[in-house]
Design a protein around this ligand. Sequence first.
Ligand code: ATP
Length: 615
Amino acid sequence: MSIDPAVDLPFFYGSISRSDAEQNLKLAGMADGLFLLRQCLRSLGGYVLSVVWNLEFHHYTIEKQLNGTYCIPGGKPHCGPGELCEFYSKDADGLVCPLRKPCLRPAETPIKTGVFDKMRENMLREYVKQTWNLEGESMEQAIISQAPQLEKLIATTAHEKMSWYHWKINREEGERRLYSGAQPDGKFLVRDKEGAGSFALSVMYGKTVYHYQVIQDKSGKLSMPEGTKFDTIWQLVEYLKMKPDGLVTVLSEACINGKTTEKTPSLPATRRSGANGYTPPPRAAAFALSTTNASPKNRDILPMDCDGFNPYHNPNDIKKFNILREQLMMDEEIELGSGNFGCVKKGVLKTEAGQIDVAVKVLKSDNEKMVREEMMREAEIMHQLSNPFIVRMLGLCHSESLMLVMEMAAAGPLNKYLSTKKDSVSVENIVNLMHQVSMGMKYLEEKNFVHRDLAARNVLLVNPQFAKISDFGLSKALGADNNYYKARTAGKWPLKWYAPECINFHKFSSKSDVWSYGITMWEAFSYGGKPYKKMKGNEVTRYIESGGRLESPPACPERMYTLMKECWTHSLEERPDFKKVEESMRSYHYSICGKAKLDGATAADEPTKQTERRK
Ligand code: ATP
């Protein structure tokens, strides 16, 4: 699920040991400059480059930096492990020799997944399940959209879920627990070190308990004295199960702390949202609540903290199509927006389990048959969609006027939000939001719907970290064997967001939505700027046909502008689909946040280029 940026490199072996790396290099002939890449066991996201020179092995650590770049300590930064290897193939730049010949992984040998990869994957699932009561598709969406943020959270709190972690007990209590029951060598527990803000490890050996202090350096890395450093205590424990690293013995069985293995009760069915759509996680979500830095008070709100992520804990309760007027309380004072049809008002929907904030699109006059039909069509489309990154329709209410009841996205349209928050919203935040939009659009593409009005004004924010696609007024469901919709006549169209085939041939497909996604990206990275500002619609069409494209917004990362330009590929066939766009957004999103911060904070510790020689 997390994409390893080295996965496509034919000389990447995954999590193999140093001796396995050397064995592979031997088998491949020990030529000067022969090299392979493997995963680094001790730093999350890091690699090791193993190179042959003069019949000797040289192993270089590649660290992932704070800004998402990769470098051999002391060397130049590169945007990925592939780019780094390419660089060193042209210039030794401090290595024993340039990389000359890749030691290719045999076709029958799969990339070896590391012990931490598997643990991380399982933990991520368990964490999301327990903290937000999510399963199935909504769990997948939560993990894909927030993997870096979740990994960071878990990396700092996961030990609390481990049976070997005994929280704050003193040395005597630790001994008492280890001596009770069987006393095999290597039986161990981890406890908080009194007053030191770090951990202590107590290990049984020869029926005697030994205590070790876990050293924490100034950047937060953990190790045994003089031992290998790790980002997290659970990585250190896993390592010490394989190597003693200065202990009397390797760790074997955990001395089990009964408390951590208790099953947490399931969560209540529905939750009432507070300001910004944020719902405090229920007390039962002990995994997240048991630590201070996992509490939303001390971290950014994640989309999963909000009701709007998955309102269907109890599907019969909320997903009502016909809403009775007495269930709906309207705030007549607060108008969220208006359009051709009428206006959008703030409201509260009463359900058996509680109340939820809603936005209500109110038809201005029931007499206008056309507008009424349009709104019914919009409702029909929305009713078929359910995705965290798409505004869900909760139902229709036929009363004094026709009312379409939708999930509330209280922070409003993306373009307005960004234009008023230029100084405080980071590029990482925009990437996160635009990745969510690409996930919503990928879902639409899979369901065979075209949106036809994707623009920053139609991306609504639940809160600064959570975006939803809205306004399905122009959307169409495509037939099973049709991959485009042909409009008979041109209407009041948002030409600046439209692909050439929409304007020239009235043909609309998911690929034309991809073009609009590129324009939406441009709006987002220019903080709500207006595309083709001084041009009229028909001038834009001529400009596009002559090969002209919007320029990169000043704050826009290069990879994001490259993706925009791909979205504006004139030829429909060559333009990427949302599956591809989402993949690109995901890989960039993962590369710049979360893990990068963890690794980067520790990389500064090792300023010099390190190499070890072995015969
Ligand atoms: P038209 O379909 O005629 O183009 P429109 O685009 O103006 O209409 P909408 O985008 O559906 O209509 O809604 C108008 C405004 O109402 C939005 O720009 C937004 O500010 C507000 N709004 C709409 N839906 C929601 C919602 N679910 N939550 C919060 N605000 C909303």
